[in-house]
Ligand binder design. Structure first.
Ligand SMILES: C[S@@+](CC[C@H](N)C(=O)[O-])C[C@H]1O[C@@H](n2cnc3c(N)ncnc32)[C@H](O)[C@@H]1O
Length: 191
């Protein structure tokens, strides 16, 4: 996370698999969710260039720091990761049972790679991961699993993130929609 207490300890997300056509929105939303909820970077499959472009565009407009990259070798990223590898799966250990140890080690300086699938995930990923973690043991979505996991990892602190180099920012309001220039002091000026 940007103002991470665990300075130097990165949180990265790896999206495994992408079915062109069918997975466009899901892969994009994995990237957007990783960014919005405090991860430092996301890797997405190299056949998801459109999703990469969308996440990069949102980062340019609404700020970072956040990296989005394509990869043609996701298994190598898992294999070579220096830190904890957390694979999110409905078959895993209950997040509420393991989050404390994962969080503590991250705060002590260990980076975390969060792996989410699309279609069936091969068994070597289950074996390679240090943690197989279920956000409930019910089937749902990689976007939901990722959001809950990151929020638990950061204990909600990601909601207070400061965004750097943004072009725009949203003015929170009870009703209506207002987006202003990020360097504007006058909240009325760009509405
Ligand atoms: C639609 S699911 C596909 C799961 C697939 N049937 C399998 O056996 O791997 C896509 C991804 O969502 C995530 N996911 C789904 N349910 C989850 C849960 N209860 N907890 C954590 N992650 C979950 C996993 O990362 C999974 O790979």
């Amino acid at each position: 996370m940007h103002d991470d207490a665990a300075a130097g300890a990165e949180v990265a997300v790896l999206r495994l698999g992408h079915r062109p056509g069918r997975d466009e929105r899901m892969t994009t939303h994995v990237g957007l969710t990783a960014r919005a909820l405090g991860a430092d970077r996301v890797w997405i499959p190299d056949n998801a260039g459109q999703s990469r472009d969308t996440v990069a565009d949102i980062t340019d407009r609404f700020g970072g720091p956040f990296e989005v990259d394509l990869t043609d070798s996701p298994k190598a990223i898992i294999r070579n990761w220096e830190g904890q590898v957390v694979h999110l799966t409905m078959y895993g250990e209950r997040v509420q049972d393991v989050e404390g140890e994962i969080r503590e080690r991250h705060r002590d300086g260990e980076s975390v790679l969060v792996v989410v699938g699309s279609e069936k995930v091969s068994f070597d990923v289950y074996e390679e991961a240090e943690w197989n973690v279920g956000v409930t043991n019910q089937p749902h979505s990689e976007v939901a699993g990722l959001a809950v996991f990151l929020d638990r990892l950061f204990e909600g602190e990601e909601l207070e993130s400061d965004w750097e180099d943004a072009e725009q920012r949203v003015v929170p309001m009870e009703t209506g929609k207002r987006v202003i220039s990020a360097d504007s002091n006058d909240e009325e000026s760009d509405s």
